[in-house]
Design a binder for this molecule. Structure first.
Ligand code: BTN
Length: 247
């Protein structure tokens, strides 16, 4: 049986498209037909990029890192895969740009409280594989962002990352960070994630209520202090800044 320490690096082989529907879709097809751990699918542009909660993911051609990595040999520890990916994205962004990244539960990456990267993990656990899809706005200008996202999203360049920024060095940094973090024990992942927690102590709202975010538990679920007591959110979307707070 494959153990985590035997896993090969992320990033090879690499399938690159100038234009593709969705790197996640292509990576899932490759995984279903047997592609190995570490294989990545990248693209300059997606015509049907997919986001969490059934949303789309839009990025102008060449301005964003669009990559999907195949993971195999999954075990219990890989339940934290979305958190592993978020930590690795932060580390990669900080390796190529003078920015400070935070994570909005579960795995949006923020710079200066705006979203710079999103992560979509999909898989077939019963077949032992998952695909980690990552989109990072690298050089995207604000007028290139979808209008409804201009207040809440940004790019590394726009957030002060500098004019030298490019997609390819970020991809290399990301592959290295993912390779390293996939070897980590869960307690180290949780600690790294908690250091970057953008919501802790903040008033938040979700479909079912409001409260104060109070960190994550060992499974990565969000703990919320509400007027009715503690609530644990295992999935879904939360928003900042709701009135109501905790107890
Ligand atoms: C989100 O925040 O909603 C997740 C966005 C994930 C987008 C990336 S871009 C590369 C990969 N291919 C996709 O179709 N989606 C992910």
């Amino acid at each position: 049986m494959t153990t985590q320490s035997e896993r090969p690096s992320i990033g090879s082989p690499r399938v690159h498209y100038r234009r593709v529907d969705s790197t996640n879709e292509r990576a899932k097809r490759l995984a279903a037909s047997g592609a190995g751990h570490g294989t990545i699918v990248t693209a300059d542009e997606q015509t049907a990029g997919r986001g969490r909660q059934g949303r789309g993911w839009v990025a102008p051609a060449g301005s964003a890192l669009l990559t999907s990595a195949i993971m195999r040999g999954l075990d219990r520890r890989d339940l934290l895969l979305p958190l592993v990916a978020a930590v690795a994205v932060c580390e990669a962004c900080e390796a190529v740009a003078p920015v400070a990244c935070a994570i909005k539960w579960p795995n949006d990456v923020w710079v200066k409280r705006r979203k710079v990267a999103g992560i979509l993990v999909e898989g077939r656990p019963q077949e032992g594989w998952a695909v980690v899809g990552i989109g990072v706005n690298v050089t995207t200008a604000s007028e290139e962002l979808p209008e409804d996202l201009r207040e809440t999203a940004t790019s590394l360049r726009r957030a002060g990352g500098g004019d030298e920024l490019a997609v390819e060095p970020l991809l290399h940094a990301l592959n290295a960070a993912l390779t390293a973090r996939l070897q980590d024990a869960p307690d180290r992942i949780l600690a790294a994630w908690r250091e970057r927690d953008a919501l802790r102590g903040q008033s938040i709202a979700w479909e079912g209520g409001t409260g104060t975010a109070a960190g994550i538990d060992a499974s990565g679920a969000l703990l919320v202090d509400t007027v009715e007591g503690w609530v644990t959110l295992e999935a879904g979307e939360v928003h900042l800044g709701a009135a109501g707070g905790g107890r």
